[in-house]
Design a protein around this ligand. Structure first.
Ligand code: SAH
Length: 222
């Protein structure tokens, strides 16, 4: 497993276990998701100066006014993506540090991820390479349009919040596909789960819980 490759010390193992217990108490029960978070070295996804806080259940800055999501939020969104079975092809919008991507890469066949800020994407790509994650395909693009050439996807996860769900994302959902996305303005966002009903154009929308994400911005940043 990854944890062995990374040579985890005892202190780190204990702080990781504490995080897993906390996530469980907060209602994360999917054992595959918990195991994955336990074994994944989150400290490699932040600056060295923040590494000692990597196993706290808190969001951490990654530069360019962006943040690596709180472990609870990563776990919750991943669990929701799996609530209708195991997706094979997953699209992620907002690669950021690449941590959520890495979680998904352990659990599904292929992960497609898009990020609009080039230097963040570059760093994330290096991490995927160092960790030997060969099922991750990353692209510098505006994720508001999805990744039409690679769709349809069994599941789509957005780590950035639009004001309203972009129709392109719904179009790129496979039959019975699941989209998990925060929607709304800065101070009033709701995590939503959208399920395509079979191969129809009907979508069931479930409001999950209030959340706080960075906004989904349009256009690219070099
Ligand atoms: N899942 C990430 C969270 C990063 S925060 C992690 O684990 O670190 C959300 C990310 O979405 C930011 O990096 C931001 O630049 C990106 N983002 C915002 N709008 C976007 C868009 N339209 N297309 C692609 N990425 C976008």
């Amino acid at each position: 497993m990854l944890s062995e490759i990374q040579g985890v010390g005892m202190t780190s193992m204990r702080t990781r276990e504490r995080l897993i217990s906390r996530l469980y108490e907060e209602g994360i029960t999917n054992p595959r998701v918990l195991d994955c978070i336990r074994s994944l070295p989150r400290h490699l996804f932040v600056d060295e100066a923040l590494a000692h806080r990597a196993y706290e259940d808190t969001a951490l800055p990654i530069g360019y006014s962006q943040t690596l999501s709180q472990p609870y939020v990563v776990a919750r969104m991943t669990e929701l993506l799996f609530s209708r079975g195991t997706p094979e092809r997953v699209l992620e919008i907002g690669t950021g540090s690449g941590y959520q991507t890495a979680v998904l890469s352990q659990l599904v066949k292929r992960v497609y991820t898009v990020e609009r800020i080039a230097p963040l994407l570059e760093k994330a790509r290096q991490r995927f390479q160092e960790l030997g994650m060969r099922n991750v395909f990353a692209r510098h693009a505006d994720g508001g349009f999805g990744w039409p050439e690679k769709g349809p996807f069994d599941a789509i996860l957005s780590a950035a919040a639009p004001h309203a769900i972009p129709p392109e994302l719904l179009e790129q959902l496979a039959p019975d596909g699941v989209l998990v996305i925060p929607v709304g303005d800065d101070d009033q966002q709701m995590l939503q789960m959208v399920v395509r009903e079979g191969d129809t154009e009907n979508f069931e929308i479930i409001s999950v819980e209030p959340v706080r994400f960075v906004p989904l911005l349009s256009g690219l940043r070099g």
